[in-house]
Design a protein around this ligand. Structure first.
Ligand code: NAD
Length: 364
């Protein structure tokens, strides 16, 4: 059930095109700060409640990043594994056309599960406006995912948190869960700053080396063999054992619910920076907080992706994207951590309050 509150959701659309078999939703949660921004996912199980929860998260993420965007999210009920690209194109086009009444005036789309650059090209062309979505191919003004905007932001968030702990980047050890798009960029930038990467993981397992892993060697091995576990001379173990790693910092960058009530006591680091979405529930963050472990929440640390979308939206360059990600993520991580300390609350609670106040101010 969708629970309505003072923030929204403001509008919920159900769209249907029997000719191509397209059925989907759009939830525009709150547009006080600007058009609702959020990706569109294509899965067989997507429903209104799921889309609403994701739209609400976007409201806070965009407000936290101080972007002129509200929160929204789209969903198309379909299993892309069951049909070819031609059919997928027809479905995406039908969805984009059906939403023309509100897109791009009140909604700006983006990639999400099972949608990427290609789908955004179809979406923009069918909608008729290049402002209708971000995440488009470079030839249409897109800023490539491969530039690593989210990882770059998570790195800056980690740097601010490291300073906040009274540490120096050149003196710390860290572990990265998930050596993918986000995790590999965080590992690259933090090692370049002198921090020692002692462990990382991917879907094949964890590798650990007390002496530190060489980033260049590691990234070559991952590229050539597809698995970090082929790194020679390191200790290998199962995915979850990333939690047992003794280090100063853990950057999460893979699965949801990495930390649960069942394994929270295994966490050995003093600082967790959430690069991944919902690495743990707020209740688990509280358990860590009570143990004196600082957690930088996902929607503060991983806002680099949506900031990059904003730069694409205003036709900015990759240089502008890097400048803005650094500036915004640093400023807001600092604000959240200082407020949390001053008010003696969890960083997530401090961040939610800041984001809500920003939205409320514009709703008056
Ligand atoms: P990705 O697919 O590029 O990388 C994910 C990595 O995690 C892969 O290397 C994969 O092998 C690994 N992995 C999978 N299961 C694992 C497990 N059980 N243990 C350890 N590693 C595992 O994805 P990404 O774009 O880097 O996204 C990572 C996380 O960051 C996701 O939670 C995503 O929602 C979040 N995020 C990404 C962006 C972005 O712009 N890419 C933005 C915001 C949030």
């Amino acid at each position: 059930m969708i629970e309505y509150d003072e923030f929204g959701p403001e509008k919920i659309f159900e769209v249907y095109n029997p000719k191509v078999g397209m059925r989907g939703f759009l939830v525009i949660d709150n547009i006080a700060l600007g058009p609702g921004k959020g990706g569109v996912r294509m899965t067989p199980s997507v429903d209104k409640e799921e889309v609403f929860r994701l739209a609400r998260t976007m409201t806070w993420k965009n407000a936290m990043a101080e972007l002129p965007f509200g929160g929204a999210k789209g969903g198309i009920i379909a299993d892309p594994k069951t049909f070819d690209l031609k059919r997928k194109k027809l479905i995406v086009e039908a969805y984009a056309k059906a939403l023309k009444v509100v897109c791009p005036s009140m909604y700006v789309s983006a990639p999400d599960m099972n949608t990427g650059e290609k789908e955004m090209e179809w979406f923009a062309k069918a909608n008729g406006s290049m402002k209708s979505c971000t995440g488009k191919p470079k030839k249409l003004g897109g800023i490539p995912h491969e530039l690593g905007s989210t990882g770059f932001g998570v790195y800056h968030s980690a740097l601010v948190a490291i300073e906040h702990m009274g540490w120096k980047p050149g003196e710390i050890t860290f572990a990265v869960e998930g050596f993918g798009n986000v995790g590999s960029f965080v590992a690259k930038f933090l090692t370049e700053k002198g921090a020692k990467l002692v462990a990382t993981s991917d879907s094949k397992g964890v590798i650990y080396s007390k002496e530190g892993l060489d980033f260049k060697k590691l990234s070559k091995i991952k590229e050539e063999t597809g698995a970090v576990t082929n790194y020679p001379g390191s200790i290998k173990s199962s995915c979850e054992s990333i939690l047992d790693v003794e280090a100063d910092v853990l950057v999460t960058a893979a699965i949801p619910d990495l930390v649960t009530f069942a394994n929270v006591n295994r966490v050995r680091v003093k600082l967790v920076v959430e690069g991944s979405n919902i690495a743990m529930t707020p209740e688990i963050e509280k358990v860590l907080h009570d143990k004196g472990i600082l957690v930088v929440p996902d929607f503060v640390a991983n806002a680099g992706g949506v900031i990059s979308s904003y730069v694409e939206y205003i036709h900015g360059t990759p240089e502008k994207m890097f400048r803005l990600v650094e500036q915004k993520v640093r400023k807001n991580t600092d604000l959240v951590l200082k407020t949390a300390k001053k008010d003696a609350v969890l960083p997530r609670d401090a961040a939610m309050k800041i984001a809500q106040e920003r939205v409320r101010k514009k709703m008056k």
